[in-house]
Design a protein around this ligand. Structure first.
Ligand code: FAD
Ligand code: DLZ
Ligand code: SF4
Length: 510
């Protein structure tokens, strides 16, 4: 009899048509799935993220078994647990007499390298849940001076046919972003995503996570994520019906106490394999054609998925291992305690970190223009920032998190993902949110103890990186504004910013 091969399925590979499963033989091979400390602890993942993955993994394993697969599933508390993916493969190889592994390429270089160096023979297949293959991305990127998402996105529109009218974009424009930057009117509120009561499988996982990971930052309960495809579909239906129509208008808005506004909260399901990204886009497109959602909303939503999501993945793999360790601006400050729930007078940080702690979620503008913006302006070590984002969000895996954090948010890749750093003073946050109205700082105050920290640090950032950015045409205006200021005003701002940074360094709340 031919010996079985091991078919590795990782926690974010919960799709029945995964490349490794397609290549395997149900009659011969053994599927290996494992809850392991090496994966739960390489950064201190949010308890909700671990619970989501374990519950979804257990249900996926049960489904494979029901379909006829032989599944060797290791629970975290199994006494024989080898503690790592590589270790589990070795243990299962000995158990089943296997020498070969079929794997779908993981979404982190760390694991790709562990599989490449593994003593068993590992056949690694490309993850085909993405629209753009590695070689297609390479072909697109080759010879370009700069990689810009907008041009890549147009290729993806043509490739998928989404929102295309023949060879022209629906509505005569590729991008309707100029309609999507509305600040929130008073009392704006969005629909709450559907909540799923934990069943017996999830409840068992919750008890395990409660005992093992109570030292990790984040609230485990109430736990309401979908943990199986049918539930994730319900979440998608709900989004299309109730939130998508206003997704575009308020995509950048932030409102106190409104954790989700009109965002889909689907990344956690898409990234783990519970929802197919192309299908999600087709559903949004169908809502547009049925007159149930406007073009600016649907185009904006589809762009995030076939544009940004595919683009950042392309960048992560093209840039190679070591991308997450880049530090183009040479920033070295420690991540301040406020990121782990420490005291703060800044309303915007309190809100963004608060929803992160409660839900293992924050929407894009909170991630980019509040926590990301603050870390960049304050000169925090991008490696620490990266580890924080990777740990605290339920949708975070390095292929998508690192280009967003190290690239888009911290400009630590020197401009591969974005052409200029996403920095702003308090004015942007004030325009796009209601946070400043209840903040202890004054968003219009530019110096002194009540000055909004973003106002002080913004000029400090521009000043200390003048050599890098003064020639950037998209930033020249800001340098002109600075240069027109009275020297006494400039030194007041810079010395107040220095004092603020010293307080951060001393671990004091700001
Ligand atoms: P929606 O606003 O409803 O958007 C729809 C979908 O578009 C998302 O579900 C997601 O699949 C996709 N999408 C939107 N923006 C992006 C983007 N910039 N990159 C990739 N996909 C995108 N997204 C992750 O999936 N995992 C991460 O670890 C992650 N880390 C981030 C870190 C930083 C510093 C920043 C600025 C952004 C990060 N993002 C990450 C992108 C984005 O913030 C999240 O995808 C989004 O907030 C998820 O919430 P949602 O499903 O409600 O998204
Ligand atoms: C994120 C994560 C966690 C917390 N735990 C596991 C696990 O126990 N077993 C597993 O197979 N996968 C886990 N994952 C997801 C992997 O870390 C993920 O596959 C890689 O980050 C690559 O994207
Ligand atoms: Fe944030 Fe500044 Fe507004 Fe306060 S005043 S909420 S610190 S932007």
């Amino acid at each position: 009899m031919v010996s079985p091969r091991l078919v590795l399925v990782l926690g974010d590979q919960l799709t029945p048509t995964m490349a490794a499963l397609k290549a395997a033989d149900m009659a011969r091979d053994v599927v290996v799935m494992a809850e392991v400390a090496a994966e739960t602890d390489y950064v201190p993942h949010h308890p909700k993220k671990i619970a989501f993955l374990f519950a979804a993994m257990r249900k996926f394993a049960a489904r494979l078994q029901a379909d006829g697969w032989r599944v060797a599933y290791t629970r975290l508390d199994d006494p024989d647990n080898a503690g790592s993916i590589g270790g589990e493969l070795l243990r299962r190889a000995a158990e089943f007499g296997a020498t070969e592994v079929l794997a779908t390429e993981p979404g982190e270089w760390r694991l790709i390298e562990a599989l490449r160096d593994h003593p068993l023979t590992v056949r690694m297949l490309e993850d085909d849940r993405f629209l753009c293959t590695h070689s297609e991305f390479e072909a697109w990127a080759e010879g370009r001076k700069a990689l810009r998402m907008e041009f890549f996105y147009r290729e993806m529109r043509r490739k998928t046919g989404l929102l295309m009218d023949g060879d022209q974009p629906e509505g005569g424009q590729w991008n309707f972003d100029h309609d999507n930057r509305k600040g929130p009117p008073k009392g704006l509120s969005g629909p709450v995503p559907p909540r799923f009561d934990p069943d017996a499988v999830t409840e068992e996982v919750l008890r395990l996570v409660e005992t093992r990971f109570d030292s990790h930052f984040g609230d485990l309960r109430p736990f309401w994520f979908a943990t199986e495809p049918a539930q994730a579909e319900q979440a998608l239906d709900h989004f299309i019906a109730y939130a998508l129509p206003r997704f575009g208008d308020y995509q950048d808005a932030m409102v106190t106490g409104q954790d989700f506004l009109f965002h889909s909260v689907l990344s956690v399901y898409i990234n783990a394999g519970l929802l197919d990204p192309l299908e999600v886009c087709r559903r949004a497109e169908a809502a547009y054609h049925a007159g149930r959602a406007p073009l600016n909303a649907v185009e904006g939503f589809i762009r995030q998925i076939i544009g940004w999501r595919e683009f950042v993945r392309g960048v992560y793999f093209r840039e190679g291992p070591g991308y997450a360790q880049r530090n183009a601006l040479d920033h070295s400050r420690r991540l301040p305690p406020v990121y782990w729930g420490g005291e703060t007078r800044m309303r915007c940080m309190k809100e963004a970190v608060g929803v992160t702690r409660r839900e293992a979620y924050a929407h894009h503008i909170q991630r980019l223009m509040v926590t990301g913006n603050f870390a960049l302006l304050a000169g925090v070590d991008p490696g620490e920032v990266h580890e924080w984002y990777l740990a605290v969000y339920a949708d975070a895996y390095e292929w998508v998190e690192a280009p967003n954090t190290v690239g888009m948010s911290q400009f630590a890749d020197g401009g591969v993902v974005g052409s200029k750093p996403y920095v702003s003073s308090g004015n942007y946050i004030s325009k796009m949110s209601d946070y400043c109205k209840t903040c202890a700082y004054g968003v219009k105050v530019k110096t002194g103890p009540d000055a909004c920290p973003f106002n002080l640090l913004y000029w400090h950032f521009l000043g200390r990186h003048r050599d890098s950015f003064a020639q950037n045409p998209r930033m020249a205006q800001m340098y002109r504004t600075w240069d027109r200021m009275e020297p006494s005003r400039q030194s007041e701002i810079l010395s107040d910013a220095d004092a603020l940074l010293s307080r951060l360094d001393a671990g004091e709340p700001v």
